[in-house]
Write a protein of this length. Structure first.
Length: 132
């Protein structure tokens, strides 16, 4: 009788990890990417953060596992590009500006670009026109 319960428990655990199994490489690489970026950019990163990352990626994999295979690989490829690009931008901001990539930084970007576009260029139009 206890073997019956153990068998049911094993099947339940197996079905719980099906989304990760269907997207194993994606889960592994995104977890390593997220964990590494968080360790570098957040000095107070805790093991709770690692668990939150696990849950977030599990939910992404759960959604991916509901998508048919022929579309899933394209969605997964798009997510790879988005996540890696965001991580590169985040690490650049940490190194260059000592701050993480955040919504506040995104909100201030149009203001900065607007003030930069109104500045006069150090190269005059006459100098450009006279160059060979």
């Amino acid at each position: 009788n206890s073997m019956k319960y153990l068998s049911i428990l094993m099947r339940l655990l197996g079905s719980i990890f099906t989304p990760i199994r269907k997207n194993a490489a994606f889960f592994l690489f995104m977890y390593v990417l997220g964990y590494t970026c968080n360790r570098i950019s957040t000095p107070s990163f805790s093991e709770l953060g690692a668990f939150e990352l696990f849950v977030d990626l599990y939910l992404v994999c759960l959604i991916l596992s509901l998508i048919p295979w022929r579309f899933r690989r394209w969605v997964r490829a798009l997510l790879y590009v988005v996540f890696y690009a965001t991580s590169l931008v985040d690490m650049y901001c940490v190194v260059k500006f000592k701050t993480t990539f955040s919504p506040t930084m995104l909100a201030s970007t149009p203001t900065t670009w607007g003030s930069l576009s109104r500045r006069k260029s150090p190269i005059s139009r006459r100098a450009l026109a006279s160059s060979p």
